[in-house]
Design a protein around this ligand. Structure first.
Ligand code: CP3
Length: 354
């Protein structure tokens, strides 16, 4: 028999965790739970360690990243950790002049609107993000069998910040570029796909056990636009990390009409917001993929009984699925009571124990 090193044993325990098993559509001891935006925001211990440190700077300090990533695992007993960072970190790392303004979001100094502006985007190498490799090394040592999810922004959502210059309700500059100059648009998304793929590879090689591609704002598009102008770039990202064999999760908001195409782009797990029940989402996505979701994050402001009734609805809709990862339909809202999240994890675990 083959002798297993402690590191090998630990990898096996992680591999067999409920979260990774659900992603692979294998039987699970209980439905695994984690929350988008679980690190930061609602936690007092997060606000304490972040005091006086700007968001982007905090993403570049490995010990701080490790501590913030671990906080929700300790407090809530979630089944996976998500790496503490932001979708604009790889862009900052290659020299794009941007900042994250508190209460606003990412703001870009010189928006990308012409071919000449593309010069702001060069390829990303592991040397651009040494703090990511270091932080993930610290984390995998601390996490034991709990898997770490790496993530990146998808090409469309990154392009939206770069073209608009900041957060946008209507994405008008982004759509104007996409419709007026399809060639420049395709080149922009292709370049972002390479940067995103390189950033995900750094995280996987450092020890991330799964990755999530956040295409948060792509629900603004029609299916035809998605297929023509976005899917090729997102598919390139998924293909680039396919050989690692780690589950690839694909998530966006308001993507009810895009779920099938988002699966087609190459995901193993499709994230669903709260607008489409999971049984209907499964019909739209088709066989061979797990689903993640989808409790409305605003529900957490209701009474415990109401939260549990709504969580029950999610679990009932997911009952026929091959693989289900319980999550919110979007990120934890900043003023959420952390105890409501802890109770929800407990509820899902006890009511799905097999
Ligand atoms: O999920 C996690 O717990 C890990 C951390 C994480 C952050 N951003 C930390 C953060 C993740 C996964 C993200 C992803 C992200 N960032 C997305 C995709 C997810 C989604 O919500 O759809 C998007 C669109 C962004 C861009 C962005 N960055 C926004 C919209 C904001 C919020 C602005 C605000 O202050 O309300 C940020 C800033 C940000 N990213 C904060 C955190 C903890 C707040 C900054 C602070 O605390 O000073």
């Amino acid at each position: 028999s083959v002798k297993q090193s402690p590191a090998g044993k630990q990898r096996t325990a992680t591999y067999e965790s409920a979260f990774l098993r659900a992603c692979r559509r294998e039987p699970v001891p209980h439905t695994p739970v984690w929350f988008m935006r679980q690190a930061g925001r609602s936690l007092p211990e997060y606000r304490k360690v972040r005091e006086g440190i700007p968001m982007l700077e905090s993403c570049m300090r490995p010990e701080l990243v490790s501590e913030i990533t671990l906080q929700p695992v300790r407090r809530h007993g979630v089944d996976a950790a998500i790496y503490f960072s932001d979708i604009v970190v790889p862009l900052k790392a290659i020299g794009v002049d941007l900042d994250i303004k508190p209460g606003v979001g990412p703001v870009v100094e010189r928006p990308i609107r012409s071919r000449a502006d593309l010069a702001q985007l060069r390829d990303l190498t592991p040397d651009d993000v040494p703090y990511v490799t270091e932080a993930i090394g610290l984390l995998t040592a601390e996490l034991g069998a709990t898997p770490l999810i790496g993530f990146a922004g998808a090409p469309f959502t990154l392009a939206s910040y770069l073209v608009e210059g900041g957060p946008s309700r209507n994405h008008e500059h982004t759509k104007a570029l996409m419709y007026s100059d399809p060639e420049l648009w395709a080149d922009l998304l292709d370049r972002l796909a390479d940067i995103t793929a390189a950033f995900l590879k750094v995280q996987i090689e450092a020890g991330a056990s799964a990755v999530q591609l956040f295409d948060s704002w792509v629900g603004a598009l029609t299916p035809a636009d998605y297929r023509r102008s976005v899917l090729p770039a997102s598919a390139k990202v998924f293909r680039a990390v396919e050989d690692y064999g780690v589950p690839r999760i694909h998530f966006g908001v308001g993507t009810g009409e895009l779920l099938g195409l988002m699966g087609e782009a190459g995901a193993d797990v499709v994230g669903v917001d709260w607008r489409v029940p999971l049984d209907e989402a499964a019909r739209r996505v088709g066989p061979g993929k797990a689903l993640q979701g989808n409790l409305d994050p605003a529900v957490l402001f209701a009474s415990t009984e109401a939260v549990e009734a709504k969580a029950r609805e999610v679990l009932d809709a997911a009952a026929g699925l091959e693989g289900h990862v319980f999550n919110l339909g979007h990120g934890v809202l900043p003023t959420t009571d952390p105890d409501a999240l802890t109770r929800l994890v407990e509820y899902v675990h006890t009511h799905t124990a097999r």
